[in-house]
Design a protein around this ligand. Structure first.
Ligand SMILES: Nc1ncnc2c1ncn2[C@@H]1O[C@H](COP(=O)(O)OP(=O)(O)OP(=O)(O)O)[C@@H](O)[C@H]1O
Length: 395
């Protein structure tokens, strides 16, 4: 665990970048520092590896004051990833990743073998090993940056806006990859961003900082979205925090209707039977059970439904992994107003209306309030709103 205890950083020109900051950064999870430009995120991160020394206060790593450790030993235990990756332009990708093991005195072959292993781990094609950084895309370079930081297997990873310079699609890929790697490796990650969506997606804990280097709130993302500490945090979270909060409610409990599902070769009886369900459209599926599109019962030809006349079904949601937010999004985008649920193989498992999803949302909120009430009654300090729905589901 990293404990930041009443830390202040005053730069020589008098700027107070961080003001009396206290944070307990839990082990083996991702803690995100988020806030507007200039609020002291980078300064805080750099104080953890002593690139910047605090003016006041202490930082403890596993209960040991980091000032007690030689700087080099400390930095060896901390991988560091920055925006634009900061790669050595004159070294190949493989040698970039092998940098720290080489510095630690590992042999060339062992270091390169480790670098190859890391390339695979961060999703880089081994064929890129001999290229130079300028021959890679921005997203690929960021992956190299992450691989390089992980090369000596440090317990702590410090990441300063590592994905800010890439486009939103690549960025999403890098975020997903980081979550996957974290699941495998269980590092203690401190991640700086100014993007609240990134913070909510990646953080187990999120520290919202305000200008002047003060902590505004430190909480798991679901609690942040439910109980912002004040107006500043509320504004910073943005107008759609209600919708975003739905990312923390699983869609697994939604009541799905299976009657309106008909196979593409359905008989007249099957179509008639399906049409008795209280749904204006039927969902036609292929022989594997995968959705093809929506059709009104009277337009469907028994025996061989004409698939090119069907309405598109939009994007389905996966009940096993997706959230209520994803289900709602599917229903809103669907031309029929009904969302299509699928299993992990993409086979339709049922359909659900906007109304049913709305009821599930109300139910989830009520359950949450009841839970918060119970926690408050039990007098558990600081835990109100943290349990129950803090598990991440796909947004
Ligand atoms: N070396 C320095 N000397 C003087 N002031 C500094 C120095 N480095 C940073 N600052 C100031 O300290 C404050 C905090 O800077 P810091 O880089 O930590 O913020 P940040 O939240 O990471 O910002 P951004 O999101 O824009 O990167 C800013 O007002 C900045 O101008």
């Amino acid at each position: 665990m990293i404990r930041i205890d009443s830390v202040t950083k005053r730069y020589p020109d008098g700027t107070v970048a961080v003001d009396q900051l206290s944070l307990e950064i839990p082990d083996r999870s991702i803690t995100v520092l988020v806030g507007p430009s200039g609020c002291g995120k980078t300064t805080t991160l750099r104080m953890i590896n002593r690139m910047v020394e605090p003016s006041e206060g202490t930082i403890l790593l596993d209960d040991v004051d980091i000032q007690q450790q030689p700087v080099n030993t400390l930095r060896r235990s901390m991988g560091y990833v920055i925006q634009n990756a900061g790669l050595f332009q004159h070294r190949t990708i493989l040698d970039n990743i092998a940098t720290v093991p080489r510095m630690l005195g590992w042999g060339k072959e062992k270091s390169r073998a480790r670098a190859r292993e890391l390339m695979e781990r961060v999703g880089l094609d081994g064929a890129l090993a001999k290229r130079y950084p300028y021959q890679l895309s921005g997203g690929q370079q960021q992956r190299v940056g992450v691989a390089r930081a992980l090369a000596a297997d440090p317990p702590v990873l410090l990441m300063d806006e590592p994905f800010s310079a890439v486009d939103p699609v690549v960025r999403k890929g890098l975020q997903d990859e980081l979550l996957r790697i974290q699941e495998e490796l269980g590092k203690t990650i401190v991640f700086v961003t100014h993007d609240i969506d990134e913070a909510v997606k990646l953080g187990t804990m999120v520290a919202v900082m305000r200008t002047g280097g003060k902590l505004a709130q430190f909480a798991p993302p679901a609690e942040l979205l439910t109980h912002p500490a004040d107006e500043f945090v509320e504004d910073f979270l943005g107008a759609d925090r209600g919708i975003r909060r739905l990312s923390f409610f699983p869609s697994a409990g939604l009541e799905l209707l299976t009657e309106p599902l008909v196979a593409v070769d359905a008989t007249a009886e099957q179509i008639t039977a399906a049409a008795t369900a209280d749904v204006p459209y039927l969902l036609v599926t292929d022989p594997d059970g995968k959705p093809l599109g929506w059709g009104e019962p009277q337009d469907l030809t028994a025996g061989e439904i004409e698939t090119d006349r069907l309405l598109p079904y939009g994007r389905p949601f996966v009940t096993a992994t997706d959230s209520l937010r994803a289900a709602l999004d599917c229903a809103v985008l669907s031309p029929t107003g009904w969302a299509v649920a699928v299993d992990t193989e993409g086979r339709a498992t049922g359909v659900v209306s906007q109304q049913t999803i709305g009821e599930a949302i109300r139910g989830a909120h009520a359950e949450r309030r009841a839970h918060d009430g119970k926690v408050a009654e039990a007098g558990e300090p600081g835990t109100a709103g943290t349990a129950g729905t803090t598990e991440k589901v796909a947004p």
